[in-house]
Write a protein that binds this ligand. Structure first.
Ligand SMILES: CC(C)(COP(=O)(O)OP(=O)(O)OC[C@H]1O[C@@H](n2cnc3c(N)ncnc32)[C@H](O)[C@@H]1OP(=O)(O)O)[C@@H](O)C(=O)NCCC(=O)NCCS
Length: 174
């Protein structure tokens, strides 16, 4: 794995982000950690919303403050993944979503990027004053479970969504 850094979305990321979106939609993959990129009307609208939602003053109703990061590879500037940090939990996040969501593009998987992204996101959680982070995964998502376990996640329990999906809930001490 090469080194990556987490950056907030900016105008220059438009092409890479929209390609990422197309790739995931084409593969029927879950765009986790992308702050609703699936439903984006345009890159600019999505980016501005993601950046507004970091601050309580400009937060959309019904949401909690969140910071959305792109994982950019240092060597070539490629977008390898997304990771989204929710600053606090609402009822849905406390049950199912957790503090952090993430995804890695298919061609970059199994190289350790998700583990590194989560490592950097957990450090960011600490700067927000969090003492522990809730990270969840579907019970059939082995890759995500192993990503969480690699950072010392301790399972509290499972919860079942309305659609029958069983979600495992892990706490990571910061
Ligand atoms: C889950 C996901 C982010 C993992 O990304 P990744 O960069 O491939 O993960 P890493 O390379 O850091 O590997 C993390 C761990 O998962 C394991 N792993 C990776 N892919 C795996 C797979 N397909 N099956 C089983 N284990 C897998 C790795 O071996 C590693 O475990 P280890 O440290 O015990 O060896 C990626 O598969 C993805 O984007 N999936 C779609 C979106 C998603 O499910 N997001 C998570 C929602 S909770």
């Amino acid at each position: 794995m090469e080194s990556i850094r987490l950056v907030r979305p900016a105008p220059e990321h438009e092409r890479a982000v929209m390609e990422y979106r197309e790739e995931f939609l084409r593969d029927g993959d879950s765009l986790d950690g992308t702050a609703g990129l699936r439903h984006a009307e345009s890159y600019r609208a999505w980016m501005e919303k993601a950046r507004r939602n970091e601050f309580s003053e400009t937060l959309d109703e019904g949401l909690v403050e969140a910071t959305t990061f792109l994982a950019i590879r240092e060597s070539d500037g490629a977008l390898v993944g997304f990771i989204d940090v929710r600053h606090r939990l609402n009822e849905y996040l406390a049950k199912f979503g957790g503090h952090i969501g993430y995804s890695v593009r298919a061609c970059e998987r199994k190289k350790g990027y998700a583990k590194e992204m989560l490592f950097q996101a957990l450090a960011y959680c600490k700067t927000l004053g969090l003492k522990r982070a809730l990270v969840t995964c579907n019970d059939d998502n082995e890759a995500s479970r192993r990503t969480i376990l690699a950072h010392g996640g301790v399972m509290e329990n499972t919860m079942t969504e309305d659609n029958g999906q069983v979600v495992e809930r892990y706490w990571i001490e910061l």
